[in-house]
Write a protein that binds this ligand. Structure first.
Ligand code: ZN
Length: 220
């Protein structure tokens, strides 16, 4: 089926040439000028968000590539809600190129609930993780599943409530891998760090030795 997918992509490229989502220039979804406008501020370890909050920290490191500003929000909105799935190519590439993370044995991603998956058709974090993993030649596996479905309204409630609601939202998925390893968890956005930390808690409980977190963007 691979060749069929290639032909389909070719037809789509001819009929609907790529245009920059910000300025409209033809050729790329994010042109070189608009890429330069992105804020790759590369903040330090974001576990400070969790320490400051008095939470027990299960992550061995947490980083984000971009500031979640107007432009990053626009790109992620296209990616998550308007079906511009090809943006994962760009996001995975940027993470590979610009984010420095320690060596890992395995890559995974923050899962979405199967109902959300049915609505959206893809897990935005998984697509980015797969791209990063392919670029680094590291296996990418689903290690977690989401047990709780939350509506958008619930997701946007205040921070304290969101934190409290994070506990117990994931369950481990049995994967045929050696758990004595270092895992990189990927998601699109990190806000309070609680979701990453909860995922790391479950992975550690399941026996994984080290868990790092990496998000495309950090902010509210
Ligand atoms: Zn542009």
């Amino acid at each position: 089926m691979r060749w069929l997918a290639k032909i389909a992509h070719f037809v789509i490229d001819v009929c609907y040439p790529r245009r920059c989502l910000r300025c409209g220039r033809g050729g790329e979804l994010v042109c070189s000028d608009c890429l330069a406008a992105l804020d790759f501020s590369l903040e330090g370890d974001l576990r400070g968000l969790l320490w400051g909050d008095g939470q027990r920290v299960y992550l061995d490191g947490l980083w984000a590539l971009l500031t979640y500003d107007k432009l990053a929000k626009k790109l992620l909105h296209h990616y998550k809600y308007l079906g511009t799935r090809d943006l994962s190519e760009y996001f995975g590439h940027w993470l590979d190129e610009f984010a420095s993370v320690p060596e890992v044995d395995l890559v995974t991603f923050i899962p979405i609930h199967r109902r959300r998956m049915a609505e959206r058709g893809y897990n935005q974090a998984a697509e980015i993780a797969k791209r990063w993993a392919a670029a680094r030649n590291v296996p990418c596996r689903a290690l977690l599943r989401r047990t709780v479905y939350r509506s958008k309204q619930a997701a946007s409630r205040d921070e304290a409530e969101r934190r409290a609601k994070t506990r117990g939202i994931f369950a481990p998925v049995e994967a045929d891998v050696d758990k004595n390893c270092t895992v990189l968890l990927i998601d699109d956005v990190v806000t309070t760090g609680s979701t990453f930390n909860e995922a790391a808690r479950i992975l550690k409980k399941a026996g994984y030795k080290r868990v790092y977190g990496l998000a495309l963007a950090h902010g509210d």
